[in-house]
Each structure stands twice: as structure tokens, then as C-alpha cells.
Design a protein around this ligand. Structure first.
Ligand SMILES: [Cu+2]
Length: 422
């Protein structure tokens, strides 16, 4: 049986397969320069990975002696990790910084309350942004962050949403009940504060197939970590629609769960439009009889768009791989909406990967398109460049009056040959 090596510097590869032969490959010699416990990884347009921050050893929260205040690339682009003073300025609550690749090729980087636009090509801060009001938002005072869907209609203007967190690393610390949203397209971006409906730390924010954001998991008191640090679980899912005006963005009153999902919970949007929710373990060693037990049950959340009586659009003949800026055709069946001039949108979702309320490399991009006169096919333009959607897979979705089709996996590559199908 495969046993993982010590993980602080490990790079592990997993090759998907259709049989039972899949194994993890561990690289003992090829490894990161720095020990990194709780770093962030973001996919880059060049096809490699940006790895940022963390601490050199496991800890309740970061401190100067163990701070991995640097970044590096995988595969390596430099001979050594590159120092990042921002990760010193944001101590001690700066593990798992929020990082998003921006359409202009820079990175948005957020830790604690601070954020900046960073040019990783030239190791240069492009712009420092104002502090976000309220509590720190990074581990172990864990909030969540989402880059709202990118849309060619507004020239891929970027807005970032950061929600929740906790006041201090104490058992009785109240979770935060606010979200902040910053428009990076503004000349002087500032945080517009909004409610998070109620207090929540360790939330999971996932982009649904229709471009809205579902928040699940978490709790109302304490901080992130093992052994009696998380209390008062939040059971209700809430949905944020970033296209609506302030005060009208939240949908509440959805079906509650009765499972506490706090530290080490995860959530992921599925191609069929549901959300897969799993985990929770805030006891070490795992214990299924604890007050908040180690949780082995999986749940599926079905968003309101799956309960509409209207016909769900059908999508077929999606190409397996397209190149940037390529125009391609898919077939659609709009059911009773055919001929009624419905609003058609096309989206491409990359769910990214989820841990500790982080949804690294998650993004959603609307695609330019033209619906055929007979409403049975759509000409779609692939994302124009890799800074908008880095190379790799996503789920293509057609929305008809806001109701999404099932997502169909499609790869976007610089060259068709880049996708090696075994
Ligand atoms: Cu952990």
C-alpha cells in the first residue's frame, strides 16, 4: 500500500485513469524549495503553477521564525524561492493566502486584511489595495474568497468577493458576518461591505453552473484547527448573485443540512449542477463519537435551478478540446423555449480544488456566442487568451433563461496537440 512521504516539500502527481491502475507518484528529489505547510497554489496562463506562502512546519498560526514568506513555481522557474515581504506584513494570520489570476496577467493576492495586485513576471507590486474592514480573513481566522464570473460584456472586469472569518484565535471568538467586494476595474478600488447573512467562519464558496456563488459549511464561533476550536455549526446554504444590486444578492431559506461540517470540510460543484459536500474533522485523532464527530457521510446539494419546472436545456456535440479564440459549434435543444427568444448565455466553469475553505484556481468565464436562427446550435468563441482561462479543462454550460444545461467537459489549450489523450 502506498504511504505518503512527509508532505512539507512534496510534489505529488496523479494521473487519472479509467481502470483501477491510478496511483500517486511522489517526487523525492524534485520538490519545492521551501517547506510549505498551508500554502496556496494557482494555475498560471503559461500552464505551470504559482506556489505561495505557508509555514515551514505545522502550527496553530504563522509566526516570523517559521514563515515561508516567499513564492516559487512548479516546475521551478528560479534557482531559489523568491522572497515576498507582503507575507511578513500580514503575519500572523496569513496562511492559505487568496490568489486569483487576473485577465491582465497579474495576480490578486490577499492575506489577513491586506491585498495587492502583483506582477509575478517581474516580482513587482503593481498596486496596493486598501485594507478590508473587519476581522482578518486568512487561516486560522478562516474566511473564503471567490473571483466573480468574468464576462466579455464588461471586458472581463474583475470583482473579488471575500466573506466571513473570525476575530481572534480563541474558542469564544465570534465569527464575522460580513462580506467585502472589491472592483479591480475602478481607478481607486475600495471594499464595498455587505452582509454574510449571519456569522460564519470556514465557509466554502463554490461557483454554481449559473454563475452564482453557493456558501456552505463552517461555524459561528471559534477558529480553524483541531480539538475544541470550532463551535456552533452553520447548517444553512446561502446563495450570492453578484449580478444583482446591493441588498438583493442573497438567497436564503434553502434546505438546511443537519450535519456539522466545520474544520476539514470541502465542497465542489458537479457537472450535473449539484454540489458535492464532504468532510469535517476537528478532532485528532479522528473520532466518530466526539461532540462534533469525524464525518464520513457525503451530501449532495441541489440548487434551486434544478427544481424549476421549465425544461433544462440539452447540450451536445461539445468538442473535447479547443484552442484559445477558436470558434466552435455545439448543438442545443431548448425544448419549449425554442422560438420564444429566450436569454441564452454560455459559461465555462473550472471548479479548482478545495481544502481549508480555499478553492484554488476556481473560476467561471462567460463566452461570446451566436445562436443559430433555428435555435438548434450555437457558435461559441473559446476564451480569447490563457490569462482569462488557463490551459486545461472546464465544464461548458449553456444557460437558457438562467437554467443551466449539464456541464460538459472541454479542454482549452494553446495547441490542440497539447492535450495528450492516452
Ligand atoms: Cu488542516
Amino acid at each position: 500500500m502506498w504511504k505518503a512521504q512527509r508532505g512539507h516539500q512534496s510534489i505529488r502527481h496523479f494521473e487519472p485513469c479509467l481502470d483501477a491502475s491510478c496511483v500517486w507518484h511522489e517526487y523525492k528529489t524534485n520538490r519545492m524549495y521551501n517547506n510549505r505547510w498551508y500554502p496556496t497554489v494557482e494555475q498560471l496562463p503559461e500552464g505551470d503553477l504559482f506556489i505561495l506562502g505557508g509555514s515551514t512546519t505545522g502550527t496553530k498560526y504563522n509566526r516570523a521564525e517559521i514563515n515561508s514568506a516567499s513564492y516559487e513555481f512548479w516546475p521551478p522557474r528560479s534557482d531559489a524561492p523568491i522572497p515576498m515581504p507582503f507575507l511578513v506584513e500580514t503575519l500572523p494570520y496569513n496562511l492559505y493566502p487568496f490568489v486569483f489570476l487576473l485577465p491582465n496577467g497579474n495576480l490578486f493576492i490577499f492575506a489577513s486584511k491586506k491585498s495587492m495586485i502583483f506582477d509575478y513576471h517581474n516580482n513587482r507590486i503593481v498596486k496596493k489595495l486598501p485594507d478590508m474592514p473587519g476581522v482578518p480573513r486568512s487561516y486560522p481566522l478562516t474566511g473564503g474568497a471567490v473571483m466573480l464570473p468574468l464576462d466579455p460584456e464588461n471586458d472581463y472586469n474583475v470583482e473579488i468577493l471575500v466573506c466571513g472569518g473570525s476575530k481572534e484565535p480563541k474558542n469564544n471568538s465570534p465569527a464575522d458576518d460580513t462580506c467585502g467586494r472589491i472592483n479591480l476595474g475602478d481607478e481607486d478600488p475600495s471594499w464595498e461591505m455587505d452582509t454574510f447573512v449571519h456569522k460564519r467562519l470556514m465557509p466554502d464558496g463554490v461557483i454554481l453552473l449559473d454563475g452564482t456563488v453557493l456558501w456552505v459549511n463552517g461555524c459561528q464561533r471559534g477558529w480553524a484547527g483541531y480539538n475544541r476550536r470550532n463551535f456552533d455549526p452553520t447548517f444553512d446554504p446561502i446563495i450570492y448573485d453578484g449580478t444583482l444590486e446591493h441588498g438583493k444578492r442573497w438567497t436564503t431559506g434553502l434546505a438546511d443540512t443537519d450535519i456539522a461540517r466545520m474544520y476539514h470540510s470541502v465542497a465542489l460543484t458537479l457537472p450535473d449542477g449539484r454540489v458535492w459536500i464532504a468532510g469535517s474533522n476537528n478532532v485528532d485523532p479522528p473520532n466518530i463519537t466526539a461532540e462534533y464527530p469525524t464525518e464520513f457521510r457525503v451530501e449532495y446539494f441541489s440548487p434551486p435551478y434544478l427544481f424549476q419546472t421549465r425544461t433544462r436545456p440539452l447540450l451536445s456535440h461539445v468538442p473535447r478540446v479547443v484552442t484559445y479564440n477558436q470558434t466552435f459549434e455545439v448543438l442545443i435543444n431548448l425544448g419549449e423555449f425554442k422560438g420564444q427568444n429566450p436569454e441564452i448565455k454560455v459559461g465555462l466553469l473550472r471548479q479548482g480544488f478545495s481544502t481549508h475553505s480555499m478553492h484554488m484556481s476556481q473560476r467561471y468565464v462567460y463566452l461570446r456566442h451566436t445562436v443559430a436562427a433555428d435555435m438548434q446550435s450555437i457558435q461559441i468563441e473559446a476564451p480569447p487568451k490563457p490569462t482569462i482561462f488557463p490551459p486545461g479543462s472546464g465544464y461548458l454550460v449553456v444557460l437558457c433563461n438562467g437554467i443551466p444545461s449539464t456541464g460538459v467537459e472541454m479542454f482549452v489549450e494553446k495547441n490542440i496537440e497539447d492535450l495528450q489523450i492516452p
